[in-house]
Design a protein around this ligand. Structure first.
Ligand code: NAD
Length: 298
């Protein structure tokens, strides 16, 4: 099936990016959120996105205005999905919110609409029964800064129809993504299945006094030729996210995670070192030491 009309539900950080990316590539996009205030914030996000598309993709004002013109804004769910071939959900990463959203959506969406969730940490099988159309439901997972980090991990659950899966793969390519199909459900998809243990191991080396962040990064960069080590990556993610993950694991009884949480709090968060977003983390920006050619020679 050729998708033409897309609905994006939730117009926060990721939803606004998915909506604008789709509109930029010629799709008509209905943007849905629960309040007018949220939609007002989304409109502000679109203005910021226009600047990024201009700088990073050399988009012209004409292209950006045309993309914006393909967006419509809704607080009524039924109205937002009435013409949707594909609905992409980017509502908060809270189980009850997603369950309630799919229950409401199932009542108002046309029969042919395919549903895709952008969840980062949950599995599509968790919501499949609430969608009323498990065979037309799967995960389509984007990365933050979608226009330049253009991965689209496509992951069905056991009951996803193969043709629906393939249609979503084609759609993701049509909006400028590199489609990365997964053949089975996997918590964390491909990227986080690799990245989370990698980052945890890096933090383990430091909180146990085995090494220090810059030496760990240097080791990784020289040995593999990677442009960044794990601590530089943590700066990009922002220290808050690994901190919250460690706190959750610590609360579940993980003693290593408790050490990491304590370290991130006292050495970084309490000192206002939030990562690249405020210019201070494991490195100081805009010219972090790991980008200095001498970093790898010292
Ligand atoms: P966000 O908090 O920035 O945005 C969520 C939006 O959903 C808000 O605008 C909120 O008003 C709206 N909302 C709340 N309840 C709603 C409902 N019932 N119906 C419709 N909209 C509702 O969140 P985000 O960072 O954009 O994350 C959204 C989803 O995308 C999550 O599942 C998250 O795991 C996933 N994701 C996030 C990132 C990221 O880096 N932020 C990356 C990949 C995937």
């Amino acid at each position: 099936m050729d998708f033409k009309n897309v609905t994006v539900a939730g117009s926060g950080v990721l939803g606004s990016q998915i909506a604008f990316q789709s509109a930029y590539h010629g799709f008509d996009v209905a943007v849905y959120d629960i309040t007018d205030d949220a939609l007002t914030r989304a409109k502000e996000r679109f203005e910021v996105l226009k600047k990024h598309f201009k700088k990073d993709l050399k988009a012209t004002d004409e292209q950006l205005d045309a993309a914006y013109g393909r967006l419509s804004f809704h607080t009524d769910l039924g109205e937002a999905v009435e013409n949707a071939d594909l609905m992409i959900e980017a509502v908060p990463e809270v189980l009850d919110i997603k369950k309630e959203f799919y229950t409401d959506l199932a009542k108002v969406a046309p029969e042919q609409t395919v549903f895709a969730t952008n969840t980062s940490t949950m599995l599509p099988s968790t919501f499949a029964e609430y969608t009323g159309r498990p065979e037309k439901f799967l995960a389509l997972h984007f990365a933050n800064d979608i226009w330049r980090s253009n991965t689209a991990e496509v992951m069905g659950h056991g009951g996803t129809d193969e043709s629906v899966f393939n249609d979503v793969v084609e759609f993701s390519k049509a909006i400028g993504m590199v489609a990365l199909p997964l053949h089975k459900e996997q918590p964390g998809y491909i990227l986080n299945t690799l990245l989370v243990p990698f980052l945890n191991s890096a933090q383990y080396l430091v909180v146990n006094g085995i090494s220090d962040p810059h030496t760990v990064d240097k080791t990784w960069m020289i040995a593999t030729g990677a442009p960044r080590g794990p601590f530089a990556i943590l700066d990009v993610i922002g220290i808050n996210t690994p901190y919250h993950l460690s706190v959750a694991k610590a609360n579940a009884g993980d003693a290593e995670a408790a050490k990491v949480a304590d370290y991130l709090k006292t050495e970084f968060l309490d000192k206002g070192r939030m990562g690249i977003q405020n210019g201070k983390g494991f490195y100081d920006y805009p010219n972090p030491r790991y980008m200095d050619p001498d970093f790898l020679k010292e």
